[in-house]
Design a protein. Structure first.
Lengths: 238, 145
């Protein structure tokens, strides 16, 4: 006969019993048996006849949602348990870590200046790729990895989390990436003045953001939002 | 109802939540219920399994983490009384997201501790329990010893 382990918050409905012997050859049958033995537990497991979304049934290490759901067949030796989902969070925050963004700006400025002085177009391309990954909020974004795994753990910089929309800042990074990709292509075609001019636009805008805290890309984002351009739907936070 | 916890335990829980800043952190509260409420004896930090980009305002743990910690608590003769999590740069009050998670998941027999962590410093810790009507939380008294 299988038994089912009851999670701590539901033990009040099984008379304090931790393991309850149940009969049945499917999950549905054993839950029927459990709720017949302990009717008070039923509303905590089901919404009408549907298993509640925050209630998980496991057979060994397997979630029945990835097996056959309530029709999952059971062996007498199967270890069954009910597990509540644990989750929490905040309602509103639109947050960015300004330090992380500033680290990205600083690296961009330094790398592009080095690229200009040494006439290295591949470095411009590398910055473009880093900005692209940052703009797409990729977990492999080099600036983010450098900040999260190198600078922050060593206490070299302090997080400065502020309330703001992250989307305009990502858009600004994508604009920077666009300029740097265009600059790379232009430099490869031999039009060096135009190519480096594009790079200097990025250097100037990154400096404006780094030193004066004015994000031109964000401004453009919000202007596009005013004209209801699809995808630019975040309004500035007061 | 009051929740008793030692000053050391409070400090350890808050230190854990400061270490996960600017993301939300969380874990389990172990202890026992008694006539006056509950006494916390220990805590178990659990990794935040929510999508990394959302961890600044969301926390979740996997069901298997729950199973592992519940088994460990049962073996020690302690109860998994509840859980704690942080609200980075936000008040230590339950959100509507918290309320939905409590109503749908943990129910009325589970304690919630929420900490406000401002700029990596803990500034508030409060205890709650879902009301029987499931329309909100009651705040519980946290008593240090």
């Amino acid at each position: 006969m299988p038994s089912i382990k009851i999670p701590t918050p539901l033990r009040a409905y099984t008379g304090g019993n931790i393991q309850v012997p149940v009969t049945g050859s499917t999950i549905r049958a054993v839950l029927d048996d459990l709720t017949t033995q302990y009717p008070d537990i039923k509303p905590h497991l089901f919404n009408n006849s549907e298993l509640r979304s925050f209630v998980n049934i496991f057979v060994g290490d397997e979630d029945i949602r990835f097996l056959d759901g309530l029709d999952t067949p059971l062996e007498a030796s199967d270890a069954l348990r009910i597990i509540p989902s644990i989750a929490g969070g905040q309602d509103l925050p639109r947050r960015i870590d300004q330090t992380g963004l500033r680290v990205g700006m600083a690296v961009t400025i330094i790398a592009l200046l080095v690229a200009f002085v040494l006439n290295l177009w591949p470095l411009v391309l590398l910055v473009a790729v880093a900005q692209l990954l940052g703009g797409l909020d990729s977990p492999y974004a080099p600036y983010k990895l450098f900040y999260q795994n190198v600078l922050k753990p060593r206490g070299l910089v302090k997080p400065n989390v502020i309330t703001d929309n992250p989307e305009p800042h990502r858009f600004a990074m994508l604009v920077g990436a666009g300029f740097n990709f265009a600059a790379t292509l232009t430099l490869l075609t031999g039009a060096t003045v135009l190519g480096w001019s594009l790079v200097w636009v990025v250097i100037a805008l990154a400096n404006l953001n780094f030193w004066v805290n004015f994000c031109v890309g964000c401004y453009v984002y919000y202007q596009l939002g005013k004209f209801s351009v699809p995808g630019f739907n975040r309004a500035p936070l007061s | 109802m009051k929740i008793r916890l030692s000053k050391d335990l409070r400090a350890h829980i808050l230190a854990h939540l400061q270490s996960t800043y600017p993301n939300e952190g969380g874990g389990f509260l172990l202890g026992s219920f008694d006539a006056e409420g509950a006494t916390l004896a220990d805590f178990s930090p659990v990794n935040n399994s929510f999508a990394e980009a959302e961890q600044f305002h969301r926390y979740a743990m996997t069901p298997l983490e729950y199973a592992k910690h519940e088994d460990a608590a049962d073996e020690r003769g302690l109860m998994l009384l509840g859980w704690y999590h942080s609200h980075p740069d936000s008040p230590a009050v339950p959100s509507s997201y918290d309320l939905n998670a409590a109503v749908q998941g943990t129910g009325v027999n589970f304690l919630w501790l929420i900490a406000q962590i401002d700029q990596a410093q803990a500034v508030d810790l409060r205890a709650y329990q879902l009301r029987p009507e499931k329309d909100g939380f009651n705040e519980l008294r946290l008593v240090d010893f």
